[in-house]
Design a protein around this ligand. Structure first.
Ligand SMILES: [Zn+2]
Ligand SMILES: [Zn+2]
Length: 375
C-alpha cells in the first residue's frame, strides 16, 4: 500500500483551505520549475509529485476519497487519468507554466503558437477561353508566380549555420503576463508574436521568410463542357508550405469569350438563323456550322413561323456533371425583305391579290392605312 502524504508534499495541514492549497502549490511549482532547475531529475520528480498532489487536493471529491481511503483509492478509482487530473492545473497556473505541463504529462494545452505543418495557401487564377475551347476542352499553359521553399535555408528563414533563439521576453512561452492592480492578463508576446522564438540571423536569400516567389509554368487540362464561372481545382499546385506541410491547391476560374453565332445556356448551345419569307413558306435546307468547325444540313420545314425553335439532340456541350451531351437549339427568324426591286414588288402584289390580302404601298395616306387596317 502506498501511503503518500499529499499534504506533506505541499507542506500544508490536513485542514488547509482551497486557497491555502493553491498558494502552497504555486510556491512549490515556482521553486521546482524545471526552467529554474535544468537537468535536475530530483527537482523534476518533486515537481511532478507536487502537481499530482495539487490535482487531487484541489478537487473536493478526490480530496474526500483521499482523506478517507488513502492515495491508492484515488489511483485505482478509474477517475485517475493524467489528462483529467492535470488539465485543471492549466486553468489555475497556465501563466507560470506555458507549455511545460503539456510536455511533462503528455498533453498539450497552451497559448504558444505551435509550428505544426500547415498546408500552403491556395492560388486562384482566372483563365479566359474561346467559346470552342470551353465546349470541346483544351490543354492550356498557365504561368503563375508562386511561393517556393527557399533552397538556401530550406524554409526555416534562418541563415545556414545559425538557429532560432528562445525569445528572451517570454522565455519561449509565447505569452507574457501583465499585472494590472488586482488582475493579471495574459497576452501574446510582442517580441516573438507568440512563436516563442526569434530569428536573429535571417536568411539573406529570402530575408527570413523561408520562401521565394518563382514563376511556374503549368500545363492544365481543361475538360470539355466548362463555362464561365466553372472552377477547376488542381491539387498540390498552390503555394508551397513553409513548414513542411503540403502545397496548397491551384484553382482556375474559367471565363468564356462570347461567340459570333453561338450562345451557351447550360449544356445547350443556341443558334439563331434567318430565313426569307419564301424559304419559310416553302421550306429549305440550311447548312449550319457546329462548334467543332464542321457543318451539317438542317431542314426547315415548309410553313415555319418566325420564332420557331428546333432542338437537335446531342449537338450541345458535354455535361461536366456527367449528364451526357446537351442539345443544339435552333431558332428561326423570318426576315421581311426590304428594298425590293420593281419586279419583286410586282410578284408580291400578285401573291397578295391571289391570297385576297389587301395591302398599301408607301403612297397611301394615313387615312387609307387606318381604313385598311380595320378591313
Ligand atoms: Zn531562405
Ligand atoms: Zn516571446
Amino acid at each position: 500500500m502506498n501511503n503518500k502524504d499529499l499534504y506533506a508534499i505541499l507542506g500544508i495541514s490536513r485542514n488547509a483551505s482551497r486557497e491555502e492549497i493553491k498558494k502552497a502549490y504555486r510556491k512549490k511549482a515556482m521553486e521546482l520549475h524545471p526552467d529554474r532547475n535544468p537537468d535536475d531529475p530530483e527537482a523534476e520528480e518533486k515537481f511532478k509529485e507536487a502537481s499530482e498532489a495539487y490535482s487531487i487536493l484541489s478537487d473536493p471529491q478526490k480530496r474526500e476519497i483521499y482523506d478517507r481511503y488513502g492515495y491508492d483509492a484515488i489511483k485505482n478509482s478509474g477517475n485517475y487519468g493524467a489528462y483529467s487530473d492535470f488539465s485543471s492545473i492549466f486553468d489555475d497556473f497556465g501563466d507560470i507554466f506555458g507549455d511545460l505541463l503539456g510536455d511533462f504529462f503528455g498533453f498539450g494545452r497552451s497559448s504558444r503558437r505551435r509550428n505544426r505543418p500547415r498546408k500552403g495557401d491556395d492560388i486562384w487564377v482566372e483563365l479566359t477561353l474561346e467559346f470552342e475551347e470551353a465546349v470541346l476542352g483544351v490543354e492550356k499553359e498557365v504561368e503563375i508566380p508562386r511561393k517556393e521553399v527557399c533552397e538556401v535555408c530550406e524554409g526555416s528563414g534562418v541563415e545556414p549555420g545559425y538557429n532560432k533563439e528562445t525569445c528572451p521576453t517570454c522565455k519561449g512561452r509565447g505569452t507574457i503576463r501583465i499585472s494590472q492592480g488586482f488582475f493579471s492578463i495574459s497576452q501574446t508576446c510582442p517580441t516573438c508574436n507568440g512563436y516563442g522564438e526569434i530569428n536573429r540571423h535571417p536568411c539573406k536569400k529570402c530575408k527570413g521568410k523561408g520562401y521565394v516567389y518563382k514563376n511556374k509554368k503549368l500545363k492544365v487540362k481543361i475538360p470539355a463542357g466548362v463555362d464561365t464561372g466553372t472552377k477547376i481545382r488542381i491539387e498540390n499546385e498552390g503555394e508551397a508550405s513553409t513548414n513542411g506541410g503540403r502545397r496548397g491547391d491551384l484553382y482556375i476560374s474559367v471565363n468564356v469569350k462570347p461567340h459570333k453565332f453561338f450562345k451557351r445556356e447550360g449544356d445547350d448551345i443556341h443558334l439563331d438563323v434567318s430565313v426569307s419569307f419564301s424559304q419559310a413558306a416553302l421550306g429549305t435546307i440550311l447548312n449550319l456550322p457546329t462548334v467543332d468547325g464542321k457543318s451539317f444540313d438542317f431542314k426547315i420545314p415548309a410553313g415555319t413561323q418566325s420564332g420557331t425553335t428546333f432542338k437537335i439532340k446531342g449537338k450541345g456541350a458535354k455535361s461536366l456533371r456527367g449528364y451526357g451531351i446537351g442539345n443544339m437549339i435552333i431558332k428561326v427568324n423570318v426576315v421581311t425583305p426590304t428594298s425590293l426591286s420593281e419586279e419583286e414588288k410586282e410578284l408580291f402584289r400578285k401573291l397578295a391579290k391571289l391570297r385576297g390580302e389587301s395591302f398599301i404601298e408607301d403612297k397611301g395616306t394615313l387615312f387609307n392605312r387606318v381604313k385598311d387596317f380595320f378591313n
